[in-house]
Design a protein around this ligand. Structure first.
Ligand SMILES: N[C@@H](CCC(=O)N[C@@H](CS)C(=O)NCC(=O)O)C(=O)O
Length: 199
């Protein structure tokens, strides 16, 4: 049985939980991370030297870094619809996965943390708006999902940020393609169960 070390309220673990639901794969959750089993123990650090969740254990294979876990699972369970075999199509999905993790999520996370800490200057807001406006444009081009006409790992990677954009208070530009896209994601039970429940 596949084991996931993580917690339901972790955005990076939630991506893995959605994919596992999407491909219909059972797993055992080992509650780990803030509020659960510690990640700074020698045993956990031997699995993931970064002391972060999620970590996937599949027999002898131990996989950390959520996007790598997504790709491992898609490959292992032959979910070619979500992570194409064709190298050019796969690279398109990978590109958007990297972009979502490097350029979309970090400014949003910094903004949310700064606001939670009571800061008022919103230094990261322009970068957040620029990234989401770009995503809105991409959805306008495909007319459906991030990397094309069907759900892919790119959507699962970006999903926590898309959800958290909808939770963001304050003045934001109207991004109609993004609103339609969020509603499209909401039609997936795995999104509703694991992503829409994140705060
Ligand atoms: N880039 C890593 C980030 C992992 C990460 O920061 N995980 C957070 C939860 S989202 C964590 O482990 N926090 C510490 C904890 O829960 O103990 C990934 O995508 O897996």
């Amino acid at each position: 049985m596949i084991r996931v070390f993580g917690r339901r309220n972790s955005s990076n673990a939630a991506k893995v939980f959605w994919l596992l639901d999407e491909i219909g794969q059972d797993y055992e959750l080992v509650p780990t991370g803030r509020g659960f089993a510690p990640t700074d123990t020698p045993k956990f650090l031997a699995m993931n030297p970064h002391g972060k969740v999620p970590v996937l254990q599949d027999g002898d294979a131990v996989v950390w870094e959520s996007n790598t876990v997504l790709r491992y699972l898609a490959s292992r369970f032959r979910a070619a619809g979500l992570w194409p075999d064709d190298l050019a199509l796969r690279a398109r999905v990978d590109g958007w996965m990297d972009w979502a993790s490097i350029s979309l999520a970090p400014p949003l996370t910094r903004l949310r943390k700064a606001r939670a800490a009571g800061k008022v200057e919103d230094a990261d807001l322009p970068a957040v708006i620029a990234a989401f406006a770009l995503l809105d444009g991409q959805i306008g081009r495909t007319g459906a999902f991030i990397a094309g006409s069907a759900l892919s790992l790119a959507d699962i990677t970006a999903a926590p940020s898309v959800h958290r954009w909808s939770l963001l208070a304050g003045d934001r530009p109207a991004l109609p393609n993004l609103d339609t896209y969020a509603a499209r994601l909401d039609a997936f039970p795995g999104y509703r169960r694991h992503i829409a429940s994140l705060n």
